[in-house]
Design a protein around this ligand. Structure first.
Ligand code: ZN
Ligand code: ZN
Length: 281
């Protein structure tokens, strides 16, 4: 089983007059999609009742749900007190997502700021150690914190860095954002071999279970010397990456990832395109 769906509600959803995410589940099902990523981007504000209601609607329609933690998280912040809020965002995000019936919470680990890369990474490891303890304490060991690969050099999160961080704890897994990886490397993701190198590293370091279930973001992303600039739609022909070569790797390794489309405004349409590419490759 492989899962395809949008990140949040897209332009088409709103243009059809839909307003609430509960309406999204039957609509996605009708399109043949089976995943949805809920955005806690600006805070974890949903009530428990609403989270349970959403979870039920998604489950009734066969849609697997994940969530994206707030953008304010920075585990590389030099001030310990300022990191406390990051833990709160992650733990509260996991709890709400659990009520929704999902288990993949996407997290950006942080930015380098004025630190050297080594200093920032060593701070992140220290904070992830604490997060690991919190997961046990809060009874969240059935959940995955999905650390995302990032698209700008100033952000922490090359795919190698992320895979290494995930070796710390069985509840950490990568979110491979292949648009980001492509932007960060100046457009190096082209062939199946390029993608396979990343998947193989993941298998070798994290094992079969987590690699098969890995979280994926996919969109075409414009980039420059400083990495990611903006997300485009699949109609864009100038910027990559292409999904076909990656779909072949998913098939070859019989993987069952959640593949979330982050196109600019056309997430559900492009998720459907990815599903078709996968089925026909
Ligand atoms: Zn993200
Ligand atoms: Zn992403």
């Amino acid at each position: 089983m492989i899962y395809f769906g949008p990140s949040g509600n897209d332009d088409e959803f709103y243009s059809l007059g839909f307003k609430h995410t509960t309406e999204s589940a039957p609509w996605l099902k009708e399109k043949g999609l089976n995943a949805f990523e809920y955005a806690f981007n600006r805070g974890v504000n949903i009530s428990d009742e609403k989270a349970i209601e959403l979870g039920k609607v998604f489950a009734d329609n066969g849609i697997r749900v994940s969530a994206h933690a707030p953008y304010y998280i920075n585990l590389a912040n030099p001030e310990d007190e300022l990191v406390e809020k990051s833990y709160v965002y992650i733990i509260s995000g996991l709890k709400k997502l659990k009520l929704m019936g999902g288990n993949h919470l996407v997290v950006h680990v942080g930015s380098q700021g004025k630190l050297t890369r080594e200093e920032a990474i060593s701070l992140i490891y220290k904070r992830l150690e604490k997060l690991k303890e919190l997961l046990v304490k809060e009874n969240l060991c059935d959940m995955y914190v999905c650390l995302e690969t990032m698209g700008k050099p100033a952000q922490i999160g090359t795919y190698e860095e992320i895979i290494d961080m995930c070796t710390m704890c069985d509840n950490f897994m990568p979110t491979f954002d292949f648009g980001h990886i492509n932007a960060l490397t100046g457009g190096k993701l082209k062939t199946s071999e390029d993608y396979e190198k990343i998947i193989k590293l993941c298998y070798n370091k994290l094992g079969e279970k987590r690699t098969n279930d890995v979280h994926v973001h996919f969109s075409k992303i414009e980039f420059g010397a400083k990495g990611e600039i903006r997300h485009h739609t699949f109609e864009d022909e100038k910027y990559g990456p292409e999904f076909g070569p990656l779909a072949r790797v998913f098939k070859k390794y019989k993987m069952s990832p959640m593949v979330i489309c982050e196109s600019r405004g056309t997430q559900s349409k492009d998720a459907k395109i990815m599903k078709e590419i996968y089925e026909n490759c």
